[in-house]
Design a protein around this ligand. Structure first.
Ligand SMILES: [Zn+2]
Length: 505
């Protein structure tokens, strides 16, 4: 049996160890022993010996909010999550999971996942899960059952009320997933077809989850203007279904006009066990920008128009261009200060990628309105921008809250861009969270707990999140003094420093 010794480390999991000097022995991918006195060990017995050089040894981090469902099965070296210390990922979030599949949703799922080379050759969670076990990156994957996938598997994507038989079948398929080990249900009620679901459908499905004493994770219908109403509605659903565990995905107060809602938001969450009989946790990434098409900065009338169509309209009408420009001119200078250009295929703007729109306008001698019009008219389909829609202060309040765990809300990708480009949170979530939490005076062991044990406990994951005999032999070496994020919107696939993953022992 090949054994590995990791010596000269300070054990840190925030549960049993708080920086205790020691060593760990790993065999068959599990922790075989934890040794305090390394003097007594005979070094001849080991296949490899790793000297931790007095760094902290933590369990591999758990990404409590991941979208690697399909990317994880790709034959690439998926560096983003691994380099940032995530060795376990919870997928199936925001209502979208890779199962269950029937002929009703197969074609659409194939379209959603078209950039991945993997064939959708499973139907159930058990079959999907089996394939994740041999993924090339070695990441441990667990999945929620996505409500949108479940609904479409039974009733396709049409906007109509489902029948009693269809609801029964959805409950049966959900129960099967949960029995096969799916962690719970995820909701994305602003996406299709979840947005067509009647309240009674959601409550019935929550009831099924409650029977198995599992968890429901929700991407709230509104994260801004109707944030509190959306949350209260979910709590009502939970109360009616007698659900005990609710989890809010990527908690935020989106839009300046909603920043003030943070205190009330947290108060409702903290009081939920008393008011609605349900405990509530949440996840968050430590960034304040959302990444989307630049065209959303244009007139509202184009919000549901595909980018290719917007280009066609602007290229063929001088008056449409004038209207577009006028609309941009009505927006405040402050609004444009918060937009960063992330991608465009136009050669003349390549040197400005990663800069603020206002800066680019100045450097290219044009008004902000003319700059955006030029980009949208000629390249809307490729123009991506980061919009600072969230409050930095609230983000810090959220991630340091005792009910918050860390989640990237990203898809595992390689260093190159063969599986698309990432938000900086893909490579940067863990380092940035550690940095900010330390700035806020949060104890190292509590920080590690937010990155590992907390998700293990809340989502009932086996054998992870702790340094303990029999648990996964996946760790990170952490040098807190060297922790830094290097991913930028110009170069988002840049790994952080201070974290050394030891995931493949
Ligand atoms: Zn989401």
């Amino acid at each position: 049996m090949k054994k590995t010794l990791i010596k000269n480390v300070k054990l840190l999991d925030g549960i049993n160890y708080f920086g205790t000097p020691g060593a760990v022995i790993v065999a068959e991918r599990r922790i075989e022993d934890i040794v305090k006195d390394t003097e007594s060990i005979s070094y001849d017995n080991f296949y490899q010996i790793i000297d931790g050089q007095n760094q902290f040894l933590t369990p591999a981090f758990i990404d409590s909010h991941s979208h690697s469902d399909l990317s994880i099965l790709s034959p690439f070296e998926l560096a983003s999550k691994k380099s940032s210390g995530f060795g376990i990922e919870i997928v199936g979030n925001c209502g979208l999971s890779a199962f269950p599949i029937s002929e009703r949703n197969f074609a659409n799922l194939q379209k959603i996942y078209q950039k991945y080379p993997t064939k959708l050759n499973w139907t159930s969670y058990a079959e999907y899960y089996r394939q994740t076990l041999t993924n090339p990156t070695g990441t441990q994957i667990y999945s929620l059952t996505g409500h949108n996938t479940l609904h479409s598997c039974v009733a396709s994507y049409e906007q109509r009320q489902i029948t009693v038989q269809e609801l029964k079948l959805m409950q049966k398929l959900l129960a099967q997933s949960l029995e096969e080990g799916s962690l719970g249900l995820s909701l994305g009620l602003l996406y299709t077809p979840g947005r067509f679901a009647e309240d009674s459908e959601i409550i019935a499905l929550l009831r099924t989850v409650a029977t198995y004493d599992k968890i429901v994770a929700v991407h709230l219908k509104s994260e801004g203007d109707y944030l509190l109403e959306s949350l209260t509605q979910m709590l009502e659903f939970a109360r009616k279904a007698k659900l005990s565990k609710l989890h809010i995905s990527h908690l935020k107060t989106s839009g300046v006009a909603n920043y003030h809602k943070i205190d009330r938001l947290l108060e409702i969450i903290e009081n939920a066990p008393r008011t609605h009989g349900v405990s509530v946790t949440f996840d968050r990434y430590p960034f304040c920008q959302s990444l989307t098409q630049l065209s959303v900065a244009g007139p509202d009338k184009f919000l549901n128009t595909p980018d290719s169509k917007i280009m066609e309209i602007l290229q063929n009408s001088v008056s449409e261009c004038a209207e577009f420009r006028y609309c941009l001119q009505q927006k405040s200078a402050d609004y444009f200060e918060k937009i960063i250009l992330v991608a465009t295929a136009l050669e003349r703007y390549q040197k400005f990628i990663g800069m603020k729109i206002t800066q680019i306008a100045q450097l290219s001698n044009q008004s902000v309105a003319d700059l955006i019009l030029d980009l949208i008219k000629n390249d809307s389909v490729n123009c991506l921008a980061a919009f600072e829609t969230m409050s930095e202060k609230n983000m810090r309040t959220i991630i340091s809250h005792p009910l918050c765990m860390i989640g990237s809300d990203e898809t595992a990708r390689p260093y190159d861009y063969s599986l698309g480009s990432s938000h900086i949170r893909n490579f940067g979530t863990t380092s940035e969270a550690i940095k900010i939490l330390r700035q806020l005076g949060i104890d190292n062991s509590l920080i590690i707990k937010k990155l590992s044990y907390f998700a293990h406990k809340r989502f009932s994951l086996p054998l992870s999140g702790k340094i303990r005999k029999g648990y996964y032999g996946k760790f990170n070496l952490i040098d807190f003094e060297r922790i830094a994020t290097h991913a930028t919107f110009a170069n988002p696939h840049t790994p952080s420093s201070g974290i050394t993953p030891l995931h493949d022992l």
